[in-house]
Write a protein of this length. Structure first.
Length: 326
């Protein structure tokens, strides 16, 4: 009985030795991965099936051995982590750490390449495959990959490169706007108009934007005013009379009157609307096309007459003769 029991134990031990898988090494696994990448143009994953060139070896078993520290391997790794550390393969679970210095370097390269600083909508980062500006902004805001959070891409560029942060513009006051206007007057001898470009005393600001904010409100201002009205009220600058709004109905009435007088429909080559009007048809054409003086834009004098008066473009060969009428 004792001999039979010992014989059974020896058989079980021999069976375990036969079932025991061979030891693995990091160099061996990396060589398999390099061969896989060379054949397939991509790196292996846990579910990539059998390891080609081996007997009964699978990538799943390799990944388990790396995780569990089996087959003479150290514990605490994985196939994805090994490839990320030793081959630089991007893996969502093992992304490399980020720093503000690295992000600013990418932003500098973007500026040298495009002439503009990056924003969240600029897509992929050309100098960092797999990274995007929107993800970098999210990490700066929420933290992660060694970034502490509480910042953003616009804030970082404002702090490190002096880039104007449009999402967090400083508040405006009437006193500050008037001080800029006074400086403009001392420099040029005239107060600014709402179409006169940048404000030298405040880089990034423009008189056009200031006028829009005074009208619509924002950045601490209530709205309902304008730059000309402010300068008139606080500095005595005379107000220019604003041109009255136009309507398509009014333009058609002028066209009908022109047709009754001349027998022709007006064109952009015609002169004044009538003897008492100093508004030209070419001016109305620009208002219809560009949406000035209350018009919606996207139209023209010819299109308006064709749609509302049935004047075909082909039947207007004599209209040019009417341009000398005044």
């Amino acid at each position: 009985m004792k001999k039979w029991y010992e014989k059974l134990k020896r058989r079980k031990a021999q069976g375990k030795r036969r079932l025991r898988k061979p030891e693995l090494s990091i160099a061996e696994i990396l060589a398999w991965a390099d061969a896989y990448h060379q054949r397939n143009g991509k790196w292996p994953k846990r579910n990539s099936g059998p390891v080609r060139g081996t007997l009964h070896e699978t990538w799943s078993a390799v990944d388990s051995a790396l995780k569990n520290g089996a087959r003479s391997l150290r514990t605490g790794s994985s196939l994805a982590r090994l490839l990320a550390e030793r081959r630089g393969v991007r893996s969502i679970g093992y992304l490399p750490p980020l720093s503000e210095k690295q992000i600013v370097a990418w932003a500098d390269a973007h500026y040298r390449r495009t002439g503009a600083w990056p924003s969240c909508v600029d897509g992929a980062i050309a100098d960092a495959p797999g990274e995007t500006w929107v993800n970098v902004d999210a990490l700066l805001r929420l933290g992660g990959r060694t970034l502490p959070g509480g910042s953003s891409l616009p804030r970082l560029l404002e702090r490190r490169r002096g880039v104007r942060n449009r999402s967090e513009l400083p508040r405006l006051t009437i006193g500050r706007i008037l001080s800029w206007a006074d400086a403009h007057f001392r420099r040029t001898g005239a107060y600014p108009a709402c179409t006169r470009g940048a404000i030298e005393e405040s880089p990034g600001e423009s008189w056009h934007n200031i006028d829009a904010i005074l009208r619509q409100g924002g950045r601490g201002l209530p709205g309902g005013s304008s730059l000309p009205q402010l300068l008139h009220r606080r500095r005595g600058v005379p107000l220019r009379l604003e041109q009255p709004a136009l309507t398509e109905k009014q333009i058609l009435a002028w066209a009908d009157a022109f047709h009754r007088r001349t027998g022709f429909w007006p064109s952009v080559g015609c002169a004044l609307l009538s003897a008492g009007q100093h508004l030209q048809w070419i001016t109305l054409e620009a208002c219809l096309r560009e949406g000035r003086r209350g018009l919606p834009g996207g139209s023209s004098l010819a299109q308006l007459l064709a749609e509302r008066r049935g004047v075909a473009h082909a039947s207007r060969e004599k209209l040019y003769a009417a341009r000398t009428e005044s």
